[in-house]
Design a protein around this ligand. Structure first.
Ligand SMILES: C[S@@+](CC[C@H](N)C(=O)[O-])C[C@H]1O[C@@H](n2cnc3c(N)ncnc32)[C@H](O)[C@@H]1O
Length: 251
């Protein structure tokens, strides 16, 4: 039994499962960052949250980058040097296509989030999106993300916990039945409070979380327009389907 009470294998090796998932996107176009869509609306909200932390220079890295869509948005918003890390060669191929599509260089590195081949204190901004919930014990990943930050550097993550929410209510049966949301892909139930505590233990300050995404699975974009103001409120924490985290490494 893992710490959050969900029965899960000691440490699932999801690397192959993720690579299979990304292989399906290899022939597809890179993510469309402009056409109106729920994903692009959510990205806009993530960028609004991140904007106060974006410097005029420095190095940003996205861990578990997938298509690197969030990193691409960061690169469009601020002139940072961009790095993308994933275990999946297929994901990194998609990240390269994203880089080409936006016309901003991204250095793609194949590395495991639990043991990053990156120098200590070498980044100003370390990001992850939809990564941390896939580890029964996310602490080694958090520790690595904080290790590679320079003192005073910014940590950002968004997390989709295994919990009942308005948007994901149809996943409830799947959540109850199995910790494997996709074949080979585990999802933990750790909430924002858990991550805030671990980040503080790792020497971070100004640790903040924001519960987000209060809308139903049907017509979410229509509702988001009205409900986005609930992000960051107690209702957002309770009914939202994901949360964002930010912190600074003590300097
Ligand atoms: C849900 S996807 C998120 C992708 C992207 N960040 C996004 O928000 O669209 C999780 C990503 O984490 C990567 N991943 C899973 N385990 C990893 C590990 N141990 N080290 C590095 N990346 C990993 C997967 O290959 C996948 O691309």
């Amino acid at each position: 039994m893992s710490e959050n009470g969900v029965q899960a294998p000691a440490e699932p090796d999801s690397v192959a499962a993720w690579n299979e998932t990304w292989k399906g996107s290899l022939d597809a176009s890179p993510p469309d960052l402009d056409t109106p869509s729920l994903e692009n609306d959510i990205d806009r909200l993530k960028l609004e949250f991140l904007a106060p932390f974006l410097g005029k220079k420095g190095r940003a890295v996205e861990i578990g980058c997938g298509s690197a869509r969030l990193l691409a948005r960061v690169g469009k918003a601020a002139p940072l040097e961009l790095f993308a890390v994933d275990t999946s060669p297929a994901a990194l191929a998609v990240a390269r296509a994203t880089s080409k599509a936006i016309g901003i260089p991204i250095t793609c590195i194949q590395s495991d989030a639990r043991h990053l081949d990156l120098e200590t204190g070498s980044f100003d901004l370390v990001l992850s999106g939809g990564l941390l919930e896939h580890f029964p014990d996310p602490r080694p990943v958090l520790a690595e993300m904080v290790r590679i930050l320079r003192p005073g550097g910014v940590f950002y993550a968004d997390v989709v916990p295994r919990k009942l929410s308005w948007y994901r209510r149809r996943d409830l049966f799947r959540m109850i039945r199995s910790p494997w949301m996709l074949p080979g892909v585990y999802e933990s139930a750790f909430g924002a409070r858990y991550y805030r505590r671990v980040l503080e233990e790792l020497g971070c300050v100004d640790v903040v979380s924001r519960g987000c995404g209060v809308y139903p699975a049907r017509n979410p974009r229509k509702w988001l327009r009205y409900t986005e103001r609930l992000d960051g409120t107690a209702i957002g924490d309770l009914l939202g389907w994901y949360f964002m985290l930010s912190a600074r490494k003590a300097g």
